[in-house]
Design a protein around this ligand. Structure first.
Ligand SMILES: [Zn+2]
Length: 292
């Protein structure tokens, strides 16, 4: 094949082997030249260089022609110069774009900031006679005169008052602390809260909405199960409340409302009261659990 193509191996210098896998070494890379090469260059040789990234060594064919070498050097320098110019041009272009887009970005940012700021300004307002005045100047005039500003009968607007006003009228109950005290376990709170609102589905209450085979209390099977019976007057509840008296005094009553009222009227240290609330709600919870 080599003979057919009239090729000869080039004279070489440097390492003998051109490839290694760190165990086997082999000269599998060779440089071949034809007659035209011989005609063009007087004396050339290929250098087997040190291998770098590849497991093959690079082969460097260097014609022994100083003129050509100089030309090559010149071309190489020209290539590097061109490449550097292109790169710096691209860098400059991207820098320009960056500045351009950056400017646009900050313009947008400032516009947004201005918009947000504007949203907090009052630009129009209704005056005393109900006419709408517009512009910062008239609004400012309206606001600087305290006699013209009246909110809920007060010259100043208080955040807390405004909040309550937004919530409309709230029902005030005296048992809030009893049900929602820190000491009370949430699931106990929930049952006690429904009980105090008289919404627990006792048999007596359920029978108003649906037919029940019996409305008798499941704990004693003797009296109709309404909330006062189940939680206070039933034998089961009575036992609980009275045995409780031995270690923690809780008022006794025959209906829920008066019991709540009595508990709320206990004069004791707040911490002690919170324990009473926790006990009350716990008993309510466990009676309800026993019934169900
Ligand atoms: Zn009962």
């Amino acid at each position: 094949m080599l003979d057919h193509c009239e090729l000869q191996e080039m004279r070489s210098a440097g390492a003998y082997y051109s490839w290694t896998n760190k165990v086997v070494r082999s000269r599998i890379d060779r440089a071949f030249i034809d007659s035209l090469w011989h005609e063009t260059f007087d004396f050339t040789q290929v250098t087997y260089m040190a291998n770098g990234l590849s497991d093959h060594t690079p082969l460097l064919a260097k014609p022994d022609d100083t003129g050509l070498q100089a030309k090559e050097k010149e071309q190489r320098e020209r290539y590097i110069a061109t490449l550097t110019s292109i790169l710096s041009l691209l860098q400059q272009q991207s820098k320009m774009k960056w500045i351009q887009y950056g400017d646009e970005g900050s313009r947008l940012l400032f516009a947004k900031a201005k918009q947000r700021k504007l949203a907090t300004y009052i630009y129009t307002i209704k005056d005393d006679s109900g006419n709408r005045v517009e512009g910062f100047e008239p609004v400012g005039q309206g606001c600087t005169d305290p006699s013209r500003w009246d909110w809920q009968g007060a010259p100043t607007y208080k955040l807390g008052k405004g909040y309550k006003w937004q919530l409309k009228v709230q029902r005030h109950v005296n048992w809030t602390k009893l049900v929602w005290a820190r000491t009370v376990i949430p699931r106990h709170s929930f049952i006690a809260w429904i009980l105090i609102n008289h919404r627990l589905p006792t048999r007596s209450r359920l029978s108003k909405f649906q037919h029940l085979s019996t409305t008798l209390c499941p704990l004693c099977n003797a009296v109709e199960e309404d909330e006062n019976h189940l939680f206070l007057t039933c034998h089961y509840a009575q036992t609980l409340w009275t045995s409780l008296q031995q270690w923690w005094p809780v008022p006794l009553a025959t209906d829920i409302n008066s019991l709540v009222h009595k508990i709320r009227r206990i004069k004791a240290a707040p911490a002690k009261n919170r324990i009473t609330y926790a006990i009350f709600t716990a008993i309510v919870y466990y009676i309800w659990r026993a019934q169900n």
